[in-house]
Structure formats: C-alpha cells, structure tokens
Design a protein around this ligand. Structure first.
Ligand SMILES: O=C(O)[C@H]1O[C@H](OP(=O)(O)OP(=O)(O)OC[C@H]2O[C@@H](n3ccc(=O)[nH]c3=O)[C@H](O)[C@@H]2O)[C@H](O)[C@@H](O)[C@@H]1O
Length: 324
C-alpha cells in the first residue's frame, strides 16, 4: 500500500492504544509517519513500538481538551469502548466519550486545520430492515435499548461531525466500521471472535447467544486499517463510507470454523458448541453494501475468515505461552 508515503503527515490517533488503534499506529509508523497517540487505557498493545522516536504517547482522556502542542495534520478519532459487554457497564461514559470526545477532536481539527477521520460503526444501522446496508439507509435503532449508548452515541458522532463541517468547513471523513477482529483483541473483550477463539484454545464451551442464525460480516484488522488509511487520503468527503466485508457468517458457522481450525492444529484441545438465551436487541443480520468503498477507495477486504482466524489463534497461543 502506498497510502501516506508521499508526505508522511503528522498524525494524531485517539484510542491509539486500543485493539484497532494500535494496528493503525504500527501501520502508519511503518509508512514513515510521526504518530501521536492519545489514550487513557493500557498501552500494552504498543509495547513493541514504544521506543520508536516517531511515536509519542499521551495518556489522557479524549473528554478533556486536547494538548495544543500536538498540531497534527491528520486525526483518526477512534477512542471509544466498542464491545457490547461495555454498553451495559458504562453507558454514560460511552455517551460522554462519543459527544465530548468527538467535540474535542473536531475542535482540534478546526484549530489545527487538520483532516479528521471519525470511526463510526455499523451499529448506526441498529437491527437493520434492509440487507445489505447502503450508507443511505437511515437504520432501525432503539434509542432506549441496552445498546443505545453506543448506537445513538455514534449517530451523534456523525451528526456533530456534519454540523462542524457545515459551520466550520472541517475536512471530514467518516468510516462506518463493521465487525473487526484479529490479534491484539483481549480475550476478555466479549466480542464473538475472540471469545470463541479463547474458549477453543482452553477447551471450554463456545457459547452462542440465541439460535446461531444471527449473522455478521467479519473483517480482519489489517484490511480495516487499509480501508481507513485509504479513506483518510481519498477525496471522498460527501458522507460516511462502509468499511467491512460482504461475506456473511452466522454465529453457528463461525463457531464451527473456530473449532475446526483449532482441531486441524492437533493441539489436543476440544470444545463443545452450546446455546444460551439471545441477548436483548441483538441485531440479527448485518452486512455492508460495499459499492461505495469499492468505487471511491478501490478497496475491498483480502483476508479470508479462515486465514484471519488462523492468525488470531496463533496470536492467542503465543500470548498464552508468553504468560507461562
Ligand atoms: O463492528 C461492528 O459493527 C460492531 O460490532 C459489535 O457488536 P456486535 O456485532 O454485536 O459484535 P459481537 O459482540 O462480536 O457479537 C456478534 C454476535 O455474536 C453473538 N455472540 C457474542 C459473543 C459470544 O460469546 N457469543 C455469541 O454468540 C452476539 O450475540 C452477536 O449475535 C460492537 O458493538 C461494536 O464494536 C462494533 O461497532
């Protein structure tokens, strides 16, 4: 990929120590960019690049005004808890991060005359009534359901961003990201791929919530990073762009793939697939319409689910070894 290699701008990444953010940080550093991370969480994911002189890590919340010395010309605004497990635990914090955190990021973009890319989500489509979902679909969201803090929070992110563009001509990109997975996602995160992989490598049950027919389109993290970087450097600023895979997988199929890929490694692990009650307001189907991303970015995901799961399993096994 040649994105960003021409001028290598100074880049701020909020949430740069998180799962997706840390992959983006490493990708930009290897492209020669100076990278500033603003994050109030653990920086464990950045351990291997911490001594890179082109990286600065600022441990602070996005809900506080950004330090003015940063002066980046590109801002990737990723900071926000993204696992449904967190939606019930810290709904007010998530809403605050979405509103105040995004307002601070947009203020910084306005003052520094920087381009900003906001990480939105497929969750803005809620439990969609059309499939696949094009960016023009307005969604079907329950504004007081258990996922409301995140779904509505991210809808406010988009609304705020477009208000800033209208009033202050902020240079804006919005990515609606669909189900990312891969190495670096903690076992305790709660999202399905890492939960299944962690269960399978420890010979525990893989727990499907619901009847197993709910589906998602999973994208491997390096594909997502490439999509985000292409969008940032593209001239497309009219509206949000779906960044996701079109390959739809049911939870029953996903569980089967994880069990089968682990079995192929002959590590002596074995798990059962069990079913529990469905969780309230769990979207049943989600699948991006790719047309816009393909047309304006020339992007589509490259890593198959099987390959991505193999790499994720390898990472979980290596992390387990490192803890011994
Ligand atoms: O990437 C997205 O588009 C969004 O996906 C996630 O939400 P969700 O799709 O519900 O992701 P998971 O928590 O991984 O759940 C996917 C499906 O697996 C099921 N699941 C989850 C965990 C588990 O152990 N077992 C299980 O069957 C869930 O009920 C759901 O049907 C998060 O809300 C967001 O981070 C993100 O923006």
């Amino acid at each position: 990929m040649t994105v960003g290699s021409k001028q290598a701008p100074r880049v701020l990444i909020t949430g740069g120590a998180g799962f997706l953010g840390s992959h983006l940080v490493k990708s930009l550093l290897s492209g020669g960019n100076e990278v500033i991370v603003l994050d109030n969480g653990s920086t464990k994911n950045l351990e291997d690049v911490k001594s890179n002189p082109k990286l600065e890590i600022i441990q602070a919340s996005v809900t506080d005004p950004f330090p003015s010395h940063i002066l980046a010309s590109r801002i990737y605004h990723l900071a926000c808890h993204a696992s449904p497990k967190q939606f019930g635990l810290r709904p007010l914090e998530i809403l605050e991060t979405c509103y105040t955190g995004t307002k601070n990021a947009l203020e910084a973009a306005r003052k520094w005359n920087a381009r900003i890319l906001l990480a939105s989500t497929s969750e803005v489509y809620g439990n969609p009534e059309v499939c696949p979902q094009p960016e023009t679909y307005n969604g079907n969201v329950n504004c007081f359901g258990p996922r409301a803090c995140y779904d509505e929070g991210k809808r406010v992110v988009e609304a705020l961003a477009f208000a800033y563009r209208k009033q202050y001509s902020v240079d804006l990109r919005i990515a609606r990201i669909f189900n990312v997975y891969g190495p670096g996602m903690p076992a305790s995160d709660g999202r399905v791929v890492c939960s299944f992989v962690d269960a399978a490598i420890h010979s525990r049950d893989l727990v499907i919530t619901g009847d197993g027919a709910a589906s998602r389109c999973f994208q491997y993290v390096s594909d997502c990073v490439e999509g985000l970087r292409l969008l940032m450097e593209s001239s497309w600023s009219k509206g949000p762009v779906n960044i996701g895979s079109e390959t739809e997988t049911t939870m029953a199929k996903l569980a089967g793939i994880v069990v089968q890929r682990l079995a192929a490694q002959k590590l002596g692990r074995s798990s059962r697939i069990v079913y529990k009650d469905a969780v309230e307001d769990d979207p049943q189907r989600r699948r991006p319409d790719w047309g816009l991303a393909r047309r304006v970015l020339g992007w589509e995901p490259r890593v198959s689910l099987e390959t991505g799961i193999d790499r994720t399993v390898a990472w979980f096994l290596a992390a387990e070894d490192a803890c011994r």
